[in-house]
Design a protein around this ligand. Structure first.
Ligand code: SAM
Ligand code: SF4
Length: 404
């Protein structure tokens, strides 16, 4: 669906005057989605599919190349500041497939010499064996899905690796890549603050300089949702989850790896540059099945989404040169909402002056003052507005108040 900015859109009066869209200032990232996994984890609702016969990686690579070239025709002349292979399980890709995609990106746009190139990897020994090949292909950062540091919970989460394999993957990643990170899921069934505290301390001791710490969410359509609905899976309630969240912040701050985003922790300077492009409301291309993009064409910011089903995406790209099934020019109101939704996840918060350049309006001062009095947001000397530690657990309602 293509819908131009509507009448009454306050941005209209700025359009003639603007040389380019203001979201071009926060970097340009390329997201590449690999939609296959060796098995489906019971909590996961990402666009990931299990295939019982080998995936034709050459055919997919050709389609990725075509979609990249088509995207570059629409938004030429960019300099890529980051590339992210997400999934699914990108560590099921052959290094040659990853290298072919990186070559196609470099053929389509200039790539900043310092560009961050991340690949999400599962820590089984088979996948760890491909790390050197990924490095040679141009990947310089991996993000490992460790999820838990005890074998019983790894089994409950349906993971195919053991703690020993995860530890070994973390070590090997650190020896091969310039930068690395790993993910843990907490607020797991029956997890006590004591057990999580010990596990998190151990994680920090082996981590490089970045950790993603996600609270387990029960997602619609997953096996965990069915178990939960049938009363066979109990997860911590809001109060218990809040205790675990506070403990996470305390331990990470004390160990010098504080949150820079609601679930992401880094030592200063080690933040994920690709994810910062999203959260700072930059421009990014979404390549591959089920990928989302935000492209700046002329003065408009366009939201794109590709076909989710891998083989249907493949056939569409082979037919039409792209896999896009949804496309919408964002109105000023939608841009303002997205900007708040993304930017307020960051500890650095947002610059209200930037909000004004997208929307032509200011943030509702009365609501902001009430939130500030409640201790949910704070305003810094440079006028940036950010969510406090007290505000993060109720982030969605804070955003809804400010966006209203
Ligand atoms: C889509 S996965 C891709 C990474 C890789 N396939 C893996 O599983 O390690 C990205 C991350 O999302 C997190 N995740 C996925 N589903 C989740 C859920 N229901 N609750 C909390 N975290 C979740 C996991 O930590 C996972 O590492
Ligand atoms: S969590 Fe990762 S490995 Fe598990 S199904 Fe989701 S994408 Fe695949």
């Amino acid at each position: 669906m293509l819908s131009p900015a509507g009448d009454g859109d306050p941005r209209r009066c700025h359009i003639a005057a603007m040389i380019d869209h203001p979201t071009r200032d926060a970097g340009f990232g390329v997201y590449v989605h690999w939609p296959f996994c060796a098995s489906k984890c019971p909590y996961c609702d990402f666009n990931s599919h299990v295939r019982h016969s080998p995936v034709d990686q050459e055919r997919f690579l050709t389609a990725f190349r075509r979609e990249i070239a088509r995207t570059a025709e629409r938004i030429p002349g960019r300099t890529v500041t980051s590339i992210f292979f997400g999934g699914g399980t990108p560590s099921l890709m052959k290094p040659g497939t990853v290298g072919g995609i990186l070559d196609a990106i470099a053929g389509a746009w200039a790539v900043d010499p310092g560009a961050e190139v991340t690949l999400e990897a599962n820590p089984t020994s088979v996948e760890t064996g491909r790390f050197r090949g990924y490095r040679e292909a141009g990947v310089n950062r991996v993000s490992l899905g460790v999820q838990a540091l005890n074998d019983a919970d790894l089994r409950r989460l349906g993971r195919m690796h053991s703690v020993d394999e995860a530890l070994s993957a973390v070590r090997i990643a650190a020896s091969i890549f310039e930068r690395s990170s790993f993910d843990l899921i907490y607020a797991r069934p029956d997890q006590t603050p004591e057990a999580w505290g010990i596990e998190l301390e151990r994680a920090i001791a082996i981590a490089a300089d970045h950790l993603s710490l996600y609270q387990l969410t029960i997602e619609p359509g997953t096996f965990f949702e069915r178990l939960h609905g049938a009363g066979r899976l109990t997860v911590p309630d809001d109060d218990a989850a809040r205790i675990l969240y506070d403990l996470t912040q305390e331990i990470c701050e004390a160990r010098g790896i504080p949150a820079y985003e609601i679930s992401n922790h880094a030592r200063p300077g080690a933040e994920s540059r690709h994810n910062l492009v999203y959260w700072r409301y930059g421009e990014y291309a979404g390549i591959g099945p089920g990928a989302h993009g935000r492209l700046v064409t002329g003065n408009a910011r366009v939201a794109t989404a590709t076909e989710k089903h891998p083989e249907t995406w493949l056939e569409q790209v082979e037919r039409e040169g792209h896999g896009i099934v949804e496309e919408e020019i964002l109105t000023a109101t939608a841009e303002g909402d997205e900007f708040l939704l993304m930017g307020l996840r960051l500890k650095e918060g947002i610059d209200p002056r930037r909000f004004k350049t997208f929307t032509g309006r200011t943030i509702n001062e009365r609501r902001a003052r009430i939130l500030e009095e409640e201790g949910l947001i704070t305003r810094q000397a440079d006028r940036r507005l950010s969510v406090t530690r007290k505000g993060f657990p109720v982030l969605n309602s804070v955003i809804a108040e400010l966006a209203a």
